[in-house]
Design a protein around this ligand. Structure first.
Ligand SMILES: [Zn+2]
Length: 210
């Protein structure tokens, strides 16, 4: 499995590009910006996008989705509980003092237990609300990898003080969904360095005694 992680935009959101070597199909998760660079990676690897997955509707994760969708015709997957946040894209752009991006259409609602196939590999959607109401994570058992969005960071967790944030829910999501995964799972957070589930159980100061 091809997997490139590209930090995009001013907030350096980790965009993941997964590619299946046999079918040359790809799944792009969180194309927050820098769509030309994403397309360069796709072209360099000879990949065709089959799905675009948005972990949550914050501007730094979703701003490039409309452009990438337009270029690739690939469907956009996002949880419906974040639609109201997506409809606030202009306000979000104003908070960051950046021009408002084109708002993407959501083609397929992403929900708990849903499985996207890339070649023989399953990409399973986990409902992990808390950072936002519709936050999801993507669990890839065959790769032993988790795309955590802004739910879990290396030795930190996502903020819950923005609209739709809920500190009780984010802790419950991490405890019941993410900490249920094996300790050696590689976690790719929405920002910053990768980590493992085991490392976060031991070292994350926000999750002591969880
Ligand atoms: Zn976020």
């Amino acid at each position: 499995m091809i997997h490139e992680i590209l930090p995009v935009g001013i907030l350096q959101c980790n965009c993941s590009i997964f590619g299946d070597e046999a079918s040359r199909e790809a799944i792009v998760i969180d194309p927050g910006d820098d769509v030309e660079e994403i397309v360069n990676i796709l072209n360099r690897n000879g990949l065709t996008v089959k799905a675009i997955v948005i972990t949550h509707a914050h501007i730094d994760h979703v701003a490039g989705a409309a452009k990438l969708r337009g270029l690739t015709q690939a469907p956009v997957y996002m949880n419906e509980r974040d639609i109201s946040l997506l409809n606030m894209l202009k306000a979000q752009a104003a908070w960051l003092n950046v021009p408002p991006p084109e708002q993407t259409t959501v083609d397929v609602p992403a929900s708990e237990g849903q499985i996207l196939k890339l070649g023989p590999v399953d990409f399973e959607i986990l409902d992990t609300p808390g950072h936002t109401e519709g936050s999801i994570s993507v669990w890839i058992p065959a790769e032993n990898k988790l795309i955590a969005g802004d739910t879990l960071f290396r030795e930190s967790i996502g903020r819950t003080d923005l609209p739709g944030g809920n500190s009780r829910k984010i802790l419950a999501s991490i405890r019941s969904k993410l900490f249920a995964l094996p300790d050696d799972v590689l976690v790719i957070p929405g920002h910053g360095d990768t980590t493992t589930i085991g490392h976060e159980k031991q070292r994350n100061p926000f999750l002591r005694g969880l």
